[in-house]
Design a binder for this molecule. Sequence first.
Ligand code: 4AZ
Length: 252
Amino acid sequence: MALLSRRLLGTALLGASLGLAPLAAPPANAVLGGAPVPAARYPWLAAVGSPIFFVRPSGQFCGGVLTAPDRLLTAGHCVSMFRSVPGVLTVTFGRDDLTNRGGETVTVKSVRVHPKYRETSFKGETVSHHDLAVLTLARRVNRPSAPLGAPGDARTGEIAGWGFTSENDLFNTRLRAARVPLPGDAACRRAYGDSFDPSDMLCAGSAKADSCQFDSGGPLIAGGRVAALVSWGYGCGKPGYPGVYAKLASMP
Ligand code: 4AZ
């Protein structure tokens, strides 16, 4: 349990208190406001998890993006507590539904978290700064790397993940994607004040479409390129509080 962050631990205890059996989650229609998508659409997208995280099918707790045959980019807060035990992490590509055995699973050899990764808080939510980490995989996978790049002047983006479809949805296991607006830095500053650092973060989403718990580390795609990773936010789909994403440009 010492391996689990407060965030994951909270979910684990909630799951335990509701008596959830890890493999008994009913099918649900991750991402708020989106629709199910085949994992084959994102061959470079991985579910990051661990067999010791029994709360969720496949042990999934985050997403991640392949950047080289043996490198996966994910959120710092997803893996910082696994720095000394990287071998307990698994990375699974091509799995449409976490209750399936489909796709390709690889173990992790090492975890490198952004040297400036740190946490503050906003209205009780953990704010992650420089929320990036690179996992080195135990072997190379025969898959394309994700195209990476800044969003430029894109007005919308796309998010994908296996996470909650609402703040109260404990059961989604399907990969889902949604189109999200990119409201800009000023809107995010209005929502989050100094907790939002535009040099490091990017905002996306609305009350209708947003990322949520267990989508962290997954991609925000704009102009066909991964521009940022799901990081934090005040709840999910709350009006006036877009989701906050870690810009890739800030990984040294
Ligand atoms: C989370 O807890 C989380 N609505 C991820 C994304 C957002 C909020 C929370 C953004 O992993």
